[in-house]
Design a protein around this ligand. Structure first.
Ligand code: GCV
Length: 695
């Protein structure tokens, strides 16, 4: 190849716009030559003396990363041959390590030790992260163990490639091409997950199709499992509870029926023949129209235990969701899950975990923690967060979710006295759970950059990092992600990190401040606080905010629905009194008069207006901050984010106008100075919303 051609190739590579596909695993050359040389001295070769597939992945990943960062070849060798300056990968039963933990030590020679092969893989990615974030490798001594055993993504992906609540294209899984054609993207998906410690994935929607349990589809699932295995990731399936009827042609799916039990035993045997390390089943039952054990007069434990017994001989588990609510319209939906599950504490088989959404309703921009956490000491409870932005502006609005996840994890349940955080329930330390799990409903899709909005890759990343270690700060995670994904330039890293950190609060302010919730149209996108008609009362907006001539908010105290009684007395004590209830949760628990003075020295009406207006205005601030980092960001990514922020700005004002104009009809007060009356009418806002509902 002549010199001119090489130069042109290099130029094309350097000028190529970044399409976001490489996520945080970019491994671009470290520009600082001194730093690069320092790293290179300890990374001249990788030593791996094993054919174990996961260890091999660790070595390959390390090699790819190092070669990119250092701009030189880094060979993988079977032994160091007496040379120094290499990275040794090894498994060893080190006392301070749990199964998947790792230890990285050394100076001239670096050793990555795991108790298991997966531990080495996570250690390899940790070392790469260390270099990607330009940290010193002098006297390396990093030890880390995951705090939660099962760290999973839940995909709400359907057989037809659509994704329920997905905003980044179609499903990643091409069911019609599997098992023969393996899309290279499956492996890249596994790499990304392994790099942040995710070790399980449920590939199909909880509103499940029985198709996935047929022999035909199990072949396809097995093909995916084969791709994920070398990355330490187990595959799980959501199941359709009446599958014994739809596939097995039985007359019933009653969990106490012997034939039904046998059908599940046979099905489990069939699955494990194809996928020996199959993780287990995720189940949505008797929820939002999905069938379940209650259809046969049985309870959730009966249903879960039947499946658990079929999976137990293979070490599989059942993840049974607690997202349930009845359509009686009388009781408060807030209370439904607790009412159904609390009485079943201790009645589940050992290999069952009950998966609980972070809040009692449904992934709202801000919810108090679900009262189930801390009240079922004898039943392992897993956490379900939503990474996809169903109620967070889809893929248009920027909401960095680590602060949302942390707010819930750090909430005090008082289950074992002060300091009994939700995190301690979920990581098992409070009740000594033998099984621990955390799941995130994925925001991935077929869009080239995986998540639609380039900056919300950070939410996938943050979920994984917190699943591994919930004590990490939102700031540290954002900092890592920005440095690895967007730019290592310190000033821009700081600016974008700050922008991410404030984004959730800004969204809450213009969208659902002070504890408002669920003011959405059916697609959970446009504002519709006036919506008062639906097939069930708790699918209307007015059910939640309860605006009237006196005030606003849902009274859940003893005078109201009494949902507060589901929390421990210490929590009740703080939240029961509107004077001491934290403002972010105020309208979740109290019907507050419009003229009530809050501790901000403003009345409820003034405070609401202040939040709607300043929230919407702050999006402009985010636009300016983004503009200030332009020089350090890839042009394609920069323009993509700038465009989305501009849409967000427009829609934030839309949200503000919808709320203030609607609520003003109840509050009957002027918009307080210095804010100006919206320059459109409520009718005009409603017409705009109608457009979004046209067929
Ligand atoms: C998968 C909410 C969502 C549904 C989702 C459900 C659930 O109601 O809007 O799309 O269904 O939660 O978590 O099961």
């Amino acid at each position: 190849m002549n010199f001119k051609l090489i130069f042109l190739l290099l130029l094309t590579t350097l000028c190529r716009a970044d399409d976001g596909y490489r996520l945080w695993l970019k491994y671009d050359l470290i520009k600082d030559a001194t730093k690069r040389a320092a790293y290179a001295r300890s990374a001249q070769f990788i030593v791996l003396n094993s054919t174990n597939p996961v260890l091999k992945t660790a070595a390959d990943e390390l090699q790819t990363g190092l070669q990119g960062l250092l701009g030189k070849t880094v060979p993988i060798v079977a032994n160091a041959g007496g040379k120094t300056g290499g990275i040794l990968l090894t498994t060893s039963p080190v006392a301070e390590l749990t199964n998947e933990g790792y230890r990285i030590t050394g100076k001239q020679n670096i050793t990555i030790t795991g108790k298991t092969d997966a531990g080495v893989l996570y250690g390899a990615f940790a070392l790469l992260r260390h270099l990607q974030t330009r940290q010193s490798i002098d006297r390396l001594s990093l030890t880390s163990n995951p705090k939660i055993q099962l760290r999973m993504l839940n995909h709400w992906d359907n057989v037809d490639a659509s994704i329920e609540r997905g905003y980044a294209g179609q499903s990643l899984w091409k069911w019609y091409e599997l098992p023969e054609r393996i899309d290279p993207r499956y492996r890249d998906y596994a790499r990304a997950n392994a790099s942040i410690g995710i070790n399980g994935t449920v590939v199909n929607n909880v509103n499940a199709s029985s198709r996935f349990l047929t022999a035909e589809y199990l072949q396809k699932v097995a093909a995916l499992a084969n791709v994920f295995r070398p990355y330490g990731i187990k595959i799980y399936l959501s199941i359709y509870f009446p599958a014994p009827k739809t596939i097995g042609k039985l007359k019933t799916a009653d969990p106490l029926d012997p034939e039904v039990n046998q059908w599940w035993v046979d099905k489990a045997n069939e699955i494990y023949k194809l996928i020996p390390d199959f993780g287990g089943f995720l189940v949505k039952a008797n929820s939002e129209g999905q069938p379940g054990p209650q259809d046969y007069g049985r309870n959730h434990a009966d249903g879960a235990n039947m499946l658990a017994k079929a999976l137990a001989p293979h070490n599989g588990i059942v993840i049974w969701r607690a997202f349930v609510y009845k359509a009686d319209g009388i009781s408060d939906r807030f209370k439904a899950a607790y009412d159904e599950f609390k009485p079943l504490d201790g009645q589940f088989e050992k290999n069952v975990i009950v998966q609980v959404k972070n809040g009692p309703i449904d992934f709202q921009p801000r919810e108090p923690f679900s009262p189930i956490f801390g009240t079922m000491p004898q039943t392992p409870l897993g956490m379900e967060f939503q990474i996809t932005q169903e109620y967070l502006g889809h893929a248009t609005h920027l909401v960095y979710e680590a602060p949302l996840f942390k707010e819930c994890l750090e909430s005090d349940t008082y289950a074992g006295g002060r300091g009994s955080t939700v995190a301690k329930v979920v990581d098992g330390s409070l009740h000594n759970y033998k099984l621990t799990a955390i799941a995130g409903v994925a925001n991935t899709g077929s869009d080239r950059n995986w998540t639609g909005h380039p900056l919300t890759q950070a939410n996938w990343y943050a979920f994984g990092r917190l699943a591994w270690d919930h004590t990490l700060t939102s700031q540290a995670i954002a900092n890592e992600w920005v440095t690895m994904t967007l730019t290592p330039e310190p000033q821009s890293v700081k600016t974008v990190t700050d922008l991410l950190l404030k984004s959730r609060e800004i969204y809450v302010n213009y969208n659902t401040p002070l504890g408002l919730s669920r003011p959405w149209t059916g697609a959970h996108f446009a504002p519709e606080p006036w919506q008062n008609r639906s097939s069930r009362p708790d699918w209307t907006a007015v059910y939640y905010h309860r605006a009237d001539s006196i005030g606003l908010g849902f009274d859940r105290t003893v005078k109201g629905s009494q949902a507060l009684a589901q929390y421990r007395p210490e929590v009740q004590k703080q939240w029961n009194n509107p004077e001491t209830c934290p403002l972010p949760y105020l309208l979740w628990f109290h019907h507050v008069p419009w003229t009530q003075k809050l501790n901000t020295d403003r009345t409820l009406w003034e405070e609401l207006c202040t939040r709607f207006y300043t929230g919407a205005e702050s999006v402009g601030g985010m636009q300016n901050e983004w503009a200030s980092v332009k020089k350090d960001i890839d042009p394609e990514t920069f323009a993509n984010v700038a465009g989305r922020l501009a849409t967000q700005q427009k829609e934030a004002i839309w949200w503000r106008d919808a709320w203030v104009l609607y609520l003003q009809e109840f509050a009957r007060q002027p918009i307080p100075a210095p804010f100006k009356k919206p320059d459109r009418t409520l009718q005009e806002v409603k017409e705009l919303v109608d457009i979004y509902q046209l067929r």
